[in-house]
Design a protein around this ligand. Structure first.
Ligand SMILES: C[S@@+](CC[C@H](N)C(=O)[O-])C[C@H]1O[C@@H](n2cnc3c(N)ncnc32)[C@H](O)[C@@H]1O
Length: 248
């Protein structure tokens, strides 16, 4: 996987960890509404471990899976610094397993959008079903094709601070519902700036496609929201939050 290599060093410094903090808090509200208290969680595509550390701090047995050794290395350091225990492993989203089943799978911040076709998305859902206890829940977010069209097409985003600057150039391919990002980073290393580049590709998924893939993987869709709210998604929704339950 060519992305999330050097990016792992600056991911949190860029504030990219903010979204999973929001999703973690939002998931707490969803779980309270369901009256469900997980004792074990898998944070899928855990990245730098932000949400995984938060789950573990609640005395929940926490597993983290990601495809990037670099992101997992940062997650390991963060868990050590926060004095929590995480069981981390490098596995692909399309075929993963755990030594035991868990009560909840969480997966935040576009991670499932990195699966560029519905077969891979369904394969990820099947793996999630396998690692869940009967009646366990799966909470995740995905960008919709509307996000790709309005936020990603021909848009350039840039920002900088004292030690870091980045430029994201996006293009959208509507037929494939896919967007590509050329990301350029400049990181201060003493008196010089190091440049590195990464390409990221994401595919947008709408509520109907997600619901049907969940069904074929053996999940019941409990709710689909306009992400971070409790409202129904509409045509303008750029990100959905999905709550699914394993059907036994
Ligand atoms: C946008 S980051 C989100 C990370 C974390 N969930 C967060 O909220 O900060 C996407 C993560 O998905 C992982 N990822 C993308 N495609 C993957 C794949 N096919 N298999 C495993 N991990 C993958 C990346 O390594 C990265 O850590």
């Amino acid at each position: 996987m060519p992305s999330y290599e050097k990016f792992a060093q600056v991911y949190d410094k860029m504030g990219s960890d903010d979204f999973s903090i929001k999703m973690f808090k939002y998931s707490q509200r969803i779980l309270t509404g369901l009256r469900y208290r997980p004792k074990s969680v898998l944070d899928l595509a855990c990245g730098t471990g932000t949400a995984a550390v938060m789950w573990a701090k609640k005395n929940i047995e926490t597993f983290g899976i990601d495809g990037s050794a670099h992101m997992l290395e940062t997650a390991k350091r963060k868990a050590r610094a926060e004095k929590v225990s995480l069981t981390l492993s490098k596995q692909p989203l399309t075929a993963f397993s755990l030594p035991k089943q868990v009560d909840l799978v969480s997966c935040y911040f576009d991670s499932l959008n990195y699966l560029l076709n519905i077969n891979d998305l369904t394969a990820a859902f099947r793996s999630a079903r396998r690692v869940l206890h009967d009646d366990g829940y799966f909470i995740f977010d995905v960008n919709t094709p509307e996000a790709m069209k309005t936020l990603w097409d021909n848009q350039t985003y840039a920002d900088e601070n004292e030690d870091l600057a980045w430029i994201w150039k996006n293009v959208y391919f509507p037929r494939a519902k896919q967007a590509e990002v050329q990301a350029t980073f400049f990181v201060r290393q003493g008196k010089v700036w190091e440049r590195f580049d990464e390409t990221h590709a994401e595919r947008g998924y709408g509520p109907r496609e997600v619901k049907s893939a969940l069904k074929s993987a053996g999940f019941k869709t409990v709710n689909i929201y306009d992400c971070l709210t409790f409202k129904k998604p509409n045509r303008k929704t750029v990100r959905i939050a999905v709550v699914a339950k394993k059907e036994s």
